[in-house]
Design a protein around this ligand. Structure first.
Ligand SMILES: N[C@@H](CCC(=O)N[C@@H](CS)C(=O)NCC(=O)O)C(=O)O
Length: 215
């Protein structure tokens, strides 16, 4: 039984939950982090010294970092299609997974998700939002070009890289900002939304995270 520690509203918990569900693994998730707390205890910090979610336990392995967890689970439990063992094949999709984690998702979260959801709307900087929208457009166009080559990041097949790349798209499309035209990402997102595991584990309302005056 795989255990996942982390609240279901966390993007990085969602990455792991979607993977576990796609792979059909028996699992249990525990609410921790955010309003649930529990991530600052010595017991938790011994599992993840960052005090962040998720943590994943599989037998005697305990690990943090959502994308590393997805790679581990895929390597252990998935077939060649979902997690190519061929170094070149995997490198070609892994760079997009890495790019999403280090470039696309951080821009979306820091410049849109936090200002539009987590912070007091009174301090919203519209000029900064416009500037960020132009940077976001450049990145979205790169992903759009890639997805012009096939229905998924790897081409024909759905892989672990789609999980690492695709999770943040729920927020990308739900947040209210001026998105550039990306017909290939639009179609990709439709494909992801048709997957039960995506609907259940990724399309989770982030309203509980919205800034409230008394916070
Ligand atoms: N790079 C880490 C980032 C983990 C992270 O930032 N987690 C956030 C939620 S998405 C967190 O723990 N926030 C504080 C909390 O929920 O208590 C990963 O991908 O797992």
């Amino acid at each position: 039984m795989i255990e996942i520690l982390g609240r279901d509203t966390s993007l990085n918990v969602q990455i792991v939950m979607w993977a576990v569900a796609e792979l059909g693994l028996v699992h249990k998730r525990h609410d921790l982090g955010g309003a649930f707390g529990g991530t600052d205890t010595s017991e938790y910090l011994a599992m993840n010294p960052n005090g962040l979610v998720p943590v994943m336990k599989d037998g005697d392995l305990t690990m943090f970092e959502s994308a590393a967890i997805v790679r581990y689970l895929s390597h252990k439990y998935a077939d060649q299609t979902f997690y190519p063992r061929d170094p070149k094949k995997r490198a070609e999709i892994d760079m997009w997974a890495e790019w999403n984690k280090t470039t696309f998702a951080p821009l979306l979260l820091s410049e849109f998700f936090y200002p539009l959801v987590r912070y007091d709307p009174a301090i919203l900087d519209h000029a900064a939002l416009d500037e960020a929208a132009s940077k976001m457009a450049t990145l979205a166009t790169m992903l759009d070009d890639r997805l012009g080559e096939g229905p998924f990041i790897a081409g024909e097949d759905f892989t672990y890289a789609d999980i690492i790349v695709g999770t943040v798209l729920y927020r990308y499309y739900e947040l209210e900002f001026l998105r550039t035209s990306t017909p290939n990402i639009d179609r990709y997102y439709e494909r992801l939304m048709s997957r039960e595991a995506y609907k259940t584990h990724v399309m989770v309302s982030y309203e509980p995270l919205r800034w409230k005056p008394d916070e």
